[in-house]
Write a protein that binds this ligand. Structure first.
Ligand code: TLP
Length: 345
């Protein structure tokens, strides 16, 4: 048996999703005529408390469309130093949106208002014009950490006062909402736009949503076409997305509980450094340096034992739980890691 903890992006569609895809009513979405896409966009906008929403091919495309819709080339975008948009999106913010980045160092990805204050510089002939602030909730490289509602609101209020727009990379915003026990609407209410992924813990095979006010989404729809993301009978994708939103949100708490359980059990095993404080949603980051081997080496040893994890830096591996991890797999994960650690020591 192979257990895959590399990412919640590896989740497979449910039977209900496959059935919905088979039966979806379809049309040409570039012309706005796919009823299933229209239904998903309406449902998403309602769930986020925004005026409108747009189906995009991926989280990366959603963030890019947001950046390009809110800014002009040459503007400055404020990003957390380990943010996905900076780290994993192939530099699209600069290559395609033409933006100049200014970084804020967060604590496990979570930026403070004070740090953001320091980053936003007063107008000066030498500086690019800052027009956008991005917040990642949950924060991937921070450990799946969560911004609480009050902090989101404070940051957005401050950014707005400085004349900046606020975009949320909420690839896992439903994980944040479930972890905090607050609605997504409440969590994103002060942001101008939000992107979330259907294809992560929510288990849809493809697709992300970008939401905001009507004017923003109209712009983003055009940008999506420009970057080649105008899809035709996209109802095939949207049908699974509707099931994801209607059926798969509440169960995310199970993924969080398994991540917590695995982290607590691995701490008992010893040999890896794990900061339990960062285990807030469906991720566990483990530092392999006490074992005196690199994250890559450790990941390869686990792979030989049928356990797939991601090495995300020289000394960090990441384990991500999803609906495919239940009691049996969680027990196996702990036993396998324990066995490998005992062999290394
Ligand atoms: N994250 C993936 C990889 O790209 C690292 C993962 O396995 O976690 N924002 C955040 C916060 C993300 O974690 C991701 C994907 C994206 C955006 C991009 O989504 P996709 O993969 O759909 O382009």
């Amino acid at each position: 048996m192979v257990i895959n903890l590399r990412s919640d992006t590896q989740t497979l569609p449910t039977e209900e999703m496959l059935e919905a895809m088979r039966n979806a009513s379809l049309g040409d979405d570039v012309l706005g005529e796919d009823p299933t896409v229209n239904k998903l966009e309406k449902l998403s906008a309602e769930m986020l408390g925004k005026e409108a929403a747009l189906l995009v091919a991926s989280g990366t495309m959603g963030n890019l469309c947001a950046l390009m819709s809110h800014t002009h080339p040459g503007d400055e975008v404020i990003l957390e130093a380990e943010s996905h948009t900076y780290y994993y999106e192939v530099g699209g913010f600069s290559a395609l949106a033409g933006l100049s980045p200014r970084f804020v160092q967060g604590e496990h990805g979570i930026m403070s208002v004070d740090k953001i204050k320091e980053a936003i510089r007063p107008g000066d002939i030498h500086f690019p014009h800052p027009t956008l602030l991005c917040i990642e909730n949950t924060h991937n490289r921070g450990g799946g950490t969560v911004y609480p509602v009050t902090l989101m609101d404070e940051i957005a209020q401050f950014a707005h006062k400085q004349g900046l727009k606020v975009h949320i990379d909420g690839a896992r915003i439903f994980n944040a909402s479930v972890a905090l026990g607050v609605s997504v609407t409440e969590l994103v209410k002060s942001a101008d736009s939000v992107m979330f992924c259907l294809s992560k813990g929510l288990s849809a095979p493809i697709g992300s949503i970008l939401a905001g006010d009507k004017g923003f989404v109209e712009k983003a729809r055009k940008v999506r076409k420009m970057v080649g993301g105008g899809m035709r009978q996209a109802g095939i994708i949207a049908a699974a997305g509707i099931v994801a939103l209607e059926k798969m949100v509440d169960r995310l708490s199970e993924d969080h509980a398994y991540a917590r359980y695995i982290a607590e059990e691995l701490i008992k095993v010893g040999g890896l450094n794990i900061d339990l404080e960062t285990v807030q949603t469906n991720m566990v980051y483990c530092d392999t340096s006490p074992l005196k081997i690199s994250a890559d080496q450790f990941a390869n040893l686990l792979k030989e034992q049928g356990l797939l994890v991601s090495a995300v830096s020289t000394d960090q591996i990441r384990l991500v739980t999803s609906r495919h991890i239940t009691d049996k797999e969680a027990g196996e994960v702990i036993a396998t890691i324990k066995r490998v650690i005992e062999n290394v020591l």
